[in-house]
Design a protein around this ligand. Structure first.
Ligand code: SF4
Length: 234
């Protein structure tokens, strides 16, 4: 997924390909998983993760956040192309030396990348072992995706929005706070707390500093140890 915290990178490549029908997103169920790829942002530094990373943005997201900075990453009429793990490797290995020299690798974003957990796992199997793998996710995904992702991602950045169900629904347009927090608990059990950073935004017009503090306290009780608290710029 992508959020208002994505600081972008020095080189942004919008992928231009013929729009596919929305139902082709289900192609991930095929024998060879394919990623609905809508952008690659190369040579990112001092953003998420460690070292130099390439942001691999996938198309599709179940949420509709009011301040989404990547509205083109979801909805109808999307501009993306389906790629195999081998095809993605061809696109990102150009920066292999930067990943190796800095301890960097690949950041999966979107949209919601964990909708493509099978693809990420398949990609990791063919990518150089030294690369690190990150994902920026809302965790608004089927629970079975968590197990697959936990085996393929080194560190998760979870954009929680807010733990208050009403605020969450008002901001995202979806009544999914309960399932998201259940998924966070499940992911904590799978990975342990050190592999997860929870992002807690102050969202103008939607929550307050007190709401952010309350969310942090709740999540600390739930076992979260790494937080990134910040303000959305709107
Ligand atoms: S979760 Fe989806 S709608 Fe919300 S900011 Fe990320 S990509 Fe946009």
């Amino acid at each position: 997924m992508s959020s208002g915290v994505d600081k972008g990178g020095p080189e942004l490549t919008a992928l231009t390909a013929a729009p596919e029908a929305a139902d082709t997103l289900t192609a991930s169920a095929a024998a060879v998983p394919r990623l609905p790829l809508w952008q690659i942002s190369r040579l990112r530094m001092a953003t998420d993760g460690h070292g130099v990373t390439a942001l691999v943005g996938s198309y599709g997201c179940p949420l509709n956040c009011k301040y989404c900075i990547n509205p083109d990453s979801h909805g109808s009429g999307g501009n993306y192309r389906l790629v195999t793990p081998e095809e993605l490797l061809e696109l990102v290995k150009i920066d292999d030396l930067y990943y190796l020299a800095t301890g960097g690798g690949i950041m999966f974003g979107g949209g919601e990348p964990l909708l493509n957990a099978d693809f990420i796992a398949a990609f990791r199997r063919i990518a150089p072992k030294e690369w690190n793998f990150y994902a920026e996710t809302s965790l608004c995904v089927p629970k079975k995706a968590l197990t697959v992702a936990a085996g393929a991602i080194d560190h998760f950045y979870v954009d929680v929005k807010d733990t208050d169900a009403a605020i969450f629904e008002r901001y995202t347009g979806v009544n999914a706070a309960a399932s998201v927090f259940r998924n966070l608990g499940a992911l904590l059990a799978l990975t342990g707390p050190e592999r997860i950073t929870v992002r807690l935004p102050l969202i103008p017009g939607f929550n307050t500093a007190e709401d952010v503090l309350r969310s942090k306290e709740r999540l600390t009780e739930a076992g979260v140890v790494n937080f990134d608290c910040f303000n959305y710029r709107v």
